[in-house]
Design a protein around this ligand. Structure first.
Ligand code: COA
Ligand code: MG
Length: 313
């Protein structure tokens, strides 16, 4: 019987996410607020999301598109990735959101309330045509999709594997909770299944996983705990809604000094054991074998990507 070889998409997965661009904190800014966009551009955050969707009143959609275009044309965003969140494909707004903003060449779009692969393919095909019309490099415009409904969760597999433009899956807990009739709690049991599903499918297809925003603005301890939980679950970043959230989020997703030191010890011990022909051994009273070695490699890869340790170390 022939071997069932993995597809290129699954191959891309293999537990190693796309690390070419770090997306720890992704800061939302209402698209109609030039003041916030100007401020956001100065913060040096990994990604900025200029919102045309729920953060913008119905009467301000056209103004917001123009504000975002002007900002993209005139502001220096430094190292920050420039993303635009369009309205959902079930609304009359999303087509204008795309056609009116593409010429200003954002780095990517964030699509909310995605429920099936067709929606991703529709936007991606539209971008194929637009890139060719504008003479942009084909496939350069990236997509991040937000999973925030029951249907989105049960169709995760087809969504995650829909299109190579998709670099990350984001989880939207508020909309998800409302889609299943759940009440939000501090501990988050009501969204645990969906939150776990998003990170699992993202990993399976080599995508980054971006956690839901923490909406209690003044609760710094709550934010730190929530971001830490997301990082422990395997998320690679988290949506942010206020500048004060950026540092705590980055801290949660950067490997700490102790984690880096431990990862180095695991790898060094593994090298020594492997050269003696041993695959499993004990370190600090714990059994170490292949999965722990892989985890240690991931910690160092993230630390390198975050500039915490040198490329060659
Ligand atoms: N991006 C950039 N700058 C922001 C910001 C954001 N998301 N949120 C606040 N700021 C700026 C403010 O403009 C202010 O700067 P200034 O003093 O120079 O004017 C400073 O940070 C302090 O803001 P603060 O007064 O604490 O907050 P606010 O009352 O102005 O705004 C919110 C509170 C929640 C409305 C605001 O944080 C916000 O718009 N967040 C994003 C909401 C969003 O996009 N939601 C949709 C996705 S969930
Ligand atoms: Mg939402």
């Amino acid at each position: 019987m022939p071997l069932d070889l993995p597809s290129p998409l699954a191959e891309r997965g293999k537990g190693v996410r796309q690390m070419s661009r770090l997306r720890r904190a992704l800061l939302f800014m209402p698209g109609d607020s030039i003041r916030k966009i100007e401020k956001g551009a100065t913060l040096g955050v990994d990604s900025l999301i200029m919102d045309l969707e729920d953060g913008v009143a119905l009467s301000q959609k056209a103004t917001a598109r123009q504000t975002v275009v002007d900002a993209l044309r005139s502001l220096d965003f430094g190292r920050s990735e420039r993303l635009i969140r369009i309205n959902a494909l079930s609304t009359p707004f999303f087509q204008d959101d795309l056609t009116r903003t593409l010429g200003a060449r954002p780095d990517g779009y964030v699509i909310p309330k995605v429920e099936n692969a067709q929606q991703v393919l529709y936007v991606s095909h539209w971008l194929d045509v637009a890139e060719s019309d504008y003479g942009f490099p084909p496939g350069a415009i990236r997509l991040i999709v937000i999973i925030e409904s029951a249907l989105g969760v049960i169709n995760l597999r087809e969504i995650a594997s829909a299109d190579p433009r998709v670099v990350a899956l984001a989880f939207g807990a508020e909309d998800f909770a409302s889609s299943i009739g759940a009440t939000r709690t501090a501990i988050g049991t009501e969204v645990l299944y969906a939150r776990s599903a998003v990170v699992t499918y993202a990993a399976a297809f080599g995508l980054q996983a971006i956690d839901t925003p923490f909406v209690t603005l003044q609760d710094d301890d709550g934010l730190a705990r929530d971001a830490e939980t997301a990082a422990q679950m395997g998320y690679t970043g988290k949506l942010a809604i206020h500048p004060r959230q950026i540092v705590p989020i980055e801290r949660a997703f950067n490997p700490g000094d102790a984690a880096i030191a431990y990862a180095r010890r695991v790898l060094a011990a593994n090298l020594e054991q492997q050269s003696n022909g041993t695959g499993v051994f004990e370190l600090d009273g714990r059994m170490i074998d292949n999965p722990m070695v892989r985890t240690a490699e991931t910690v160092l890869m993230r630390a390198r990507a975050a500039g915490l340790i040198r490329e060659d170390s």
